[in-house]
Structure formats: C-alpha cells, structure tokens
Design a binder for this molecule. Sequence first.
Ligand SMILES: Cc1ncc(COP(=O)(O)O)c(C=O)c1O
Length: 446
Amino acid sequence: MRFFRRRDRERVDSPAAGDVEPPDDQPDAADDADADDDAWASAAHEDTDEDALWRDRATAVIPGGASTGSKRPEALYGEAGAGPAHYTRARGCELVTASGLKLVDCTMALGAVALGYAEEAVTQHVIGAVAAGNVSGLSHTLEVEVAERLCDAIPCAEGVRFLKTGAEAVAAAVRIARTATGRSTVVGSGYFGWLDWWTDAPGVPPSARERYRHVPWGDVAALEEAVDAAGDDLAAIILEPVVERLPDAGWIAAARAACDRRGAVLIFDEIKTGFRLRRGGYMEAAEVLPDLATFGKAMANGFPLAAVVGRGAIMDAARRTWISSTLAGEATALAAATAVLDWHDERDVCAELATIGAAMRGGVSEAIERSGVAGVEMAGIDPMWLLRWDDPARQTRFQELALAEGVLFKRGAYNFAAIAHDERAVLAIERAASAALVRLREEERE
Ligand SMILES: Cc1ncc(COP(=O)(O)O)c(C=O)c1O
C-alpha cells in the first residue's frame, strides 16, 4: 500500500513529481483544467484504508475477490494484490476508487467500453429503455432494429442471435456450426471465454472438449494438420484473428480454403475487434469473409450484449438446435447498442480510436525510451496495446508507481483506447508512465 502514501497525490493532472522529464511540446494540462471538471467526483473522499476494506469484504464472500477474472486483485496487481479493486463512479476515461482516488483508466473495462464510461447518449438510451419497461412477455422491437442494423454494418451478417456474454456468443456460434454441418470437430485458435466446449480448466471433463483441437495462432502448418486429423468430421474453424498484431493473410486464407474444401464453417471471434478495430471487426480488413462471427464488448459500450451473426443459410441452423436465454433480448443493452451504432454512423469511431491509441502508446513508448529502463517493451496495436515486462515483480512495482501518479494500467494484457481519452488524459498517461519508470530506475539503482 506504499503507493497511496504520496503527499502530492491529489489530482490526476498534477504535474509529475521527481525528475520526470515531461515532453516539452505538450501543453501543461493543469493550465487548462476546467475548475468544474472534478465536480462529478466531489462526493469522493480519499481514505486509503477503504480500498483494502473493500478488497477484504470481497474476498470474504466472492471467491478470488471478483466475478470477472481480470478484475481480481491478484490479476490487477500481482500476487500481493495490494491496490484498489473497487470503484464507485466512472465517467469518461476516469474512475473513482472506493477510497476516493481518481484514476485515469487505460483498461476501459477490458475493452468493453470504447466511447467512455457513462457516455451521455448511451446513458440516455438506456434510461429510456428502463423507463419503457426493460422486458415483457414479448420481444422488444429494439431486438429487431439492432439486428437489422448489425446486418447493415457487418459484412458477413445476414442473421443475428443475441446473447449476454462473449463466451455465450462463441458457444452459440460453435453449436450453430455443428448443427449446420451435422459434424462435431472444431479447430480453434484464440481465447473464447470460460465455457466447457474448448477450455481445459479444472472442472471441465475431458469429454466436454474432446472434439476440440487448439492450434497456435498464425501457424498454417498446425492448422492444416488439425484439419487433416479432423477429416470428414470438421464442423468449423474458429479463429480470434487479431492477437497483439494483425494476422498474416496466408493464415486466414488457409482457414477459409480448408473450410471450403471440407464443407466446414469459418468463424471469426470479433469480441474484442468488433466496433474497435473496425465497426464490422477484422473481417472488414480481411480478404475473405467468415461464415459466422461473434461480437460483444464495445458493441454496447459496457452493457451486457453479445451476438452471433452470419450467413443466412448457416444462421438458419439456430432454429434447429436450442440456443436461448431468458434475458437475451432485454432492452437496456440493445438500447446501448443503438447509441453505439449511432456514434459509428456519425463518426469514424474506429479511426479515432486508432489515433488516440497511437498517441497513448507513443507517449508510453517515449517514456520508456527516455527513462532508459530495460526489460519492458510495447506490444499490441494502436487501439489495443500492452506492456510486456521481463519480470512480474518489476511489473507490479511499475503498476504501483503509476497508480500513485493517478493512472491504472492493465497488467499483462491489453490497455484499450477510448474516445474519452482526450489530450489531457493522454498527457496524464505519459506523465504517469514517465514518473513511474524514472522512480523504478532509481529504486533499482539503490
Ligand atoms: C476474443 C474473445 N472471445 C470471447 C471472450 C469472452 O467474452 P466474455 O468475457 O464476455 O464472456 C473474450 C473476452 O475477453 C474475448 O476476448
């Protein structure tokens, strides 16, 4: 908890302390800070013990301390898990922790939010949906409207089924593919959520995933080998197309060709890339289209909505199997998606995310270079980037020091750009990284 004790830790835009070398061509963020800007967080009080209290209460009743794996204290801050794990308010790209610390958030709820927290249009749409009755004995008209708009926006989409989580959408895509082909074996590469059909997590019976073959990302030979091994039983190839970088076109083409040759279904998992890399996901940049694709995360800017979309002839198999969830068509998340779709109609949101992400990672990369700290490198792509450290203990210390400077970086996974990361936030991120790295360098010298 030593990182909470800094005397000068008051505002996220405070000039960096110590011998941090701020970039000299940038405006001083403190100069143009709007006096009213902190009002939304004014009820917050800084009591650093509060964060520890909430962590303790959480671990007492929630195994692991959080229901989302990446939000467990251990996942956020390493083994000791000593950092704020709970928030009370979030707006734009900032959150207020349980103790009242205001942080610039680079994690953006694991990429679920691409516009910003509590974004005005999304909030208004959701409030409207709540007031009008979130659910009833019939489907809401929004379900139809959003499905139609997804079919317009996503190149491979002629039909849509909604679900609540990415894991569900991917499981649904696999079930649709198996139903459509009447076969069982699935070859896959990527992360597909927590459900049994593909993971080897403790508690999953081997039989649940015995018709699944995992292959390394980007490896054409391994893909071909798994396809050959599947023989006439190949139902689908499912790929997470973008993992830290865009895939080689040859890998994607090999998957498409294998599916065509074998009469199998090609699925792209666009949970992270949809409405972020491109509105319609990686497939918009690809030379071939998948038959099915899954979307979630940024599609509803933090509201629980996921979808499996795809060619009409394949999606039709959803009628012949059973994919259903009581709240799949509840209106709030669909209303949020409407606002997101409006944003994308009005602006090139994904181009803006790429520009903002480039500024974020550029600033952090420069901070790394200026500090002279070795053993950390920048990875990923502009809208989703990450820091790779040579040593978990150094990563933890960097994280602590950056928190003391008012910025939450993601440990070991992506930081995500949002429209709400304005110039001031980008500057705060660079300054925090710079201060943390310089401090780390000093500590390691001592
Ligand atoms: C590519 C991909 N697929 C599926 C999932 C699972 O989504 P969810 O966590 O919403 O179930 C994720 C989550 O990070 C993901 O990144």
